[in-house]
Ligand binder design. Structure first.
Ligand SMILES: Nc1ncnc2c1ncn2[C@@H]1O[C@H](COP(=O)(O)OP(=O)(O)OP(=O)(O)O)[C@@H](O)[C@H]1O
Length: 396
């Protein structure tokens, strides 16, 4: 763990600083979480609908989705802060439906840190142990140990306002972990931080989770954050699970139009399935007829021809050629589009386009270094092209 000053502390040094004691203590209690057909209704509002989910012990899982999709409700139900309407929740082997929050062996870390302003850092971290009536000598050892783990022993006499945002966040983490929870819940823990600190702190969270083999479940609506942190991402849509998979899989093979859209920049085309042919890798090559654009080829699992469906292509997996080019290309998919905007964002340049025939807005992303060798200009008509392999068929 690196603090603002560049000093090395916490996660990287934890074993060295504290021996294996704390590592073993934390890792040995980490437990998986299971939800079985869990539903939550608030009056006529169904916040979470019949979800079944397994989060393995020692893994980092992010609940990702737009505002109101039910992420926080899932977190609160696991923690026991919200009663479930039906279904079952397990932490490790324990069915916790009827176990109150304080006895579930979970801890929650909030966006606002929720540190007590009038207590010292030491007292803040000690608070949970005191509530659990842990004997004083043990409390002293455990608070000292966890403060060392996050590299902030020297701040123990200070008040929270005398710490930086990043330090406060680390104290909030220490306070959540000092009780040695089986599962740590994190409710948007990074959203109060500025961009630079957010990236630094998410690396620290991930390092600590990995090094100590903890089970972390985090709520976020930031795609990049979920990708950077998670072993497994749970994408939620209107109270249901749309996709549960490793970040790489969600990025390369979104399971639904909703997931493809939520990733942000994907180009999505909606149309009718014309025909399918089995491909050598067990998937199907699917031909879609897109009104105004003609035929597009995608990879996925076929549905009944005639059915409406969609396909999605990432903006970095397209390429561009002059509309006057007559050279044959191996690309199955070609769309004529006009450049409407060029944005250099650093490593990547984003080119906005509009499909000439339909007016659909499209996005092409390219390494700035490569774009600088091109002579395309705003207003120019070009051809966007991409292969069937890079085009994901989306049945729903
Ligand atoms: N106490 C409540 N009473 C009534 N409806 C609620 C209550 N809490 C949440 N809801 C509703 O349940 C749905 C899911 O809410 P939830 O807070 O879980 O969403 P979320 O994905 O965490 O959203 P956000 O990212 O904005 O926090 C929403 O429609 C919300 O309005």
């Amino acid at each position: 763990m690196t603090v603002n000053s560049g000093r090395v502390s916490g996660a990287q040094n934890a074993t060295q600083l504290t021996g294996n004691g704390i590592q073993q203590a934390l890792a040995s209690v980490a437990a998986g979480v299971g939800l079985r057909n869990v539903t939550k209704k608030y009056g006529s509002v169904t916040a979470v609908e019949n979800i079944t989910l397994d989060i393995p012990a020692g893994k980092y899982c992010c609940l990702l989705g737009p505002s109101g999709c039910g992420k926080t409700t899932v977190l609160r139900m696991i923690a026991g802060h919200e009663e479930i309407s039906s279904g079952e929740i397990f932490i490790g082997d324990r069915r916790v439906n009827d176990i109150p929050a304080a006895k579930r062996s979970t801890s929650m870390m909030f966006q606002s840190y929720a540190l007590f302003p009038h207590k010292t850092i030491w007292q803040n971290v000690d608070f949970g142990l005191k509530m659990q009536n842990v004997p004083e000598a043990e409390r002293r050892a455990r608070v000292g140990e966890i403060l060392e783990m996050v590299g902030l022993s020297h701040t123990s006499d200070r008040k929270p306002t005398q710490l930086s945002g990043g330090q406060q966040q680390r104290i909030a983490l220490a306070r959540a972990l000092v009780t040695r929870p089986q599962v740590l819940m994190l409710d948007e823990p990074l959203s109060a931080l500025d961009e630079n600190l957010r990236v630094k702190m998410r690396t620290e969270l991930r390092n600590i989770q990995k090094q100590f083999g903890l089970t972390f479940i985090q709520v976020t609506h930031h795609v990049e954050e979920a990708f950077a942190l998670s072993d497994s991402v749970v994408v939620m849509n209107h109270g249901k699970l749309d996709q549960v998979a490793a970040p790489q899989e969600i990025f390369s093979t979104p399971a639904s139009q909703f997931v493809a859209k939520f990733m942000g920049d994907n180009n999505i085309f909606t149309g009718k399935v014309i025909q399918c042919a089995p491909d050598t890798d067990g998937t199907d090559l699917v031909e879609l007829e897109i009104e105004g654009l003609g035929s597009l080829m995608a990879k996925g699992y076929c549905v009944q021809p005639g059915q409406m469906a969609a396909c999605s292509v990432r903006p970095d997996l397209m390429s561009i050629e002059s509309s006057t080019s007559s050279a044959p290309t191996p690309y199955a998919n070609r769309v004529s589009a006009r450049i409407t905007g060029i944005e250099m964002t650093g490593y990547v340049t984003r080119i906005s386009l509009m499909a000439e025939a339909t007016g659909q807005e499209l996005l092409y992303k390219v390494r700035t270094e490569d774009w600088n060798n091109e002579t395309y200009a705003e207003g120019q008509l070009v051809t966007l092209r991409w292969s069937a392999e890079n085009c994901v068929f989306l049945a729903h």
